[in-house]
Design a protein around this ligand. Structure first.
Ligand code: COA
Length: 273
C-alpha cells in the first residue's frame, strides 16, 4: 500500500491534505463549515473521520449512526489494513480521476468511494460470521449509493469506482489491487453455474462503463474491458476485449518480457478476432 500516494507532494499525508482542503473550503463556503467541521476538522485522524462519515451516511432508524460508528471504529482498530486500503482508494481517485480537484470531494461525496468503504466494513462482518449485519450494510450501500457489492466479494486496495451508479459485484468475485471501474459494471454469474461462479479480476484492470463480465473467468492483470462489452471468456494479461460478445481487439506482446520472464503466448485461441 505504501506505493500509493499516502505521502503527497511536500511530505503531507492524505489526512493532513484532507484537513487543509476542508479548512480552505470552510473559509470559502461558510454554509458548509458545519459539515466540514463535523466530518473532517473535529477529528484527529483519518480513521475516526471515516467512521463518522460512514455513520452519518449509513445510520437509519433500525441501526442508528452511533452504532454504525462503533462498528466501523472497531473494524478499523482490529484491522488497520482496512484503513490503509481506504487511503489507497482515495489516492487512486487523485491519481486517476481528471475531474478530481482533491481528496475532499471524494471523501464527502463520491458514491464509489463511500460504497467501497461500506463494503470493506461489511466484508469484515461477513468474515466474522455476522452475516445479517453485513447484509444490512450491503442493503444501505445499495439504497444510498446505487452500488451492490456482496459482502463476501474480495476487493483489493487502491480501487477506483468512478460515477458508480449501477455497479454490481457478486458473492464469489475477486477484484485485484489498483483496478478502475466505471458506472454500470457487472461482475456476475452466467446463471448456469453455482458455487464459485463470479469473475476474478486481476491487478490494474480497467473495466469500462457498462461492461458485463460474467462467469468464473480470469481477467488478466492490466487488461482493459471496453465500455459496453459482454465478456464471457478469460482475457489474457494486458489485452483489450471489446464488443458483444467480447473479442480481443488489442493484445500487445509483453512490454517487459525479460523482467517478467514471460515467454508465454497470449491465450487468444478461444477468440475469433
Ligand atoms: C477499450 C478502451 C479502454 C481502449 O483500449 P485500447 O486497448 O487502447 O483499444 P483501442 O483504442 O486501440 O481500440 C482497439 C479497437 O477496439 C475498438 N473499441 C474500443 N472501444 C470499444 C467499445 N467500447 N466497443 C467496441 N469496440 C471498441 C476500437 O474501435 C478499435 O477497433 P479497430 O482496431 O477496428 O479500430 C476504451 O475504448 C474504452 O472503452 N474505455 C472505457 C471508457 C469509459 O468507460 N468511459 C466512460 C466515461 S464516463
Amino acid at each position: 500500500m505504501a506505493r500509493h500516494l499516502e505521502v503527497l507532494e511536500g511530505g503531507s499525508t492524505i489526512w493532513s491534505a484532507l484537513r487543509e482542503e476542508a479548512a480552505a473550503a470552510a473559509r470559502a463556503e461558510p454554509s458548509l463549515a458545519s459539515l466540514l467541521h463535523s466530518v473532517i476538522l473535529s477529528h484527529g485522524e483519518f480513521s475516526t473521520a471515516l467512521s463518522f462519515q460512514l455513520a452519518r451516511k449509513l445510520g437509519d432508524s433500525e441501526v442508528g449512526a452511533m452504532t454504525v460508528r462503533e462498528i466501523c471504529a472497531e473494524a478499523y482498530a482490529a484491522e488497520p489494513s482496512i484503513v490503509a486500503a481506504a487511503e489507497a482508494d482515495l489516492s487512486a481517485v487523485l491519481e486517476r480521476d481528471p475531474a478530481a480537484k482533491g481528496g475532499l470531494q471524494a471523501f464527502l461525496f463520491y458514491k464509489g468511494f463511500l460504497a467501497l468503504q461500506t463494503h470493506r466494513v461489511s466484508h469484515r462482518l461477513w468474515r466474522q460470521g455476522r452475516e445479517t449485519l453485513a447484509l444490512h450494510f450491503q442493503s444501505r450501500m445499495s439504497e444510498l449509493f446505487q452500488v451492490d457489492i456482496h459482502p463476501a466479494a474480495k476487493m483489493g486496495a487502491g480501487v477506483f469506482v468512478d460515477h458508480a451508479t449501477g455497479v454490481v459485484i457478486g458473492e464469489t468475485a475477486v477484484v485485484g489491487d489498483d483496478v478502475s471501474m466505471l458506472h454500470g459494471v457487472t461482475l456476475g454469474g452466467t446463471g448456469a453455474q453455482r458455487g464459485d461462479r463470479h469473475p476474478k479480476i486481476g491487478k490494474g484492470v480497467l473495466l469500462g462503463a457498462g461492461a458485463k463480465v460474467l462467469g468464473n473467468i480470469v481477467i488478466g492483470d492490466y487488461a482493459k474491458i471496453a465500455s459496453g462489452s459482454v465478456v464471457l471468456k478469460p482475457v489474457p494479461p494486458g489485452c483489450t476485449a471489446a464488443g458483444v460478445p467480447a473479442r480481443l481487439v488489442n493484445c500487445p506482446s509483453c512490454e517487459q518480457p525479460a523482467k517478467t520472464m514471460d515467454h508465454t503466448m497470449p491465450e487468444i485461441m478461444d477468440y475469433v478476432i
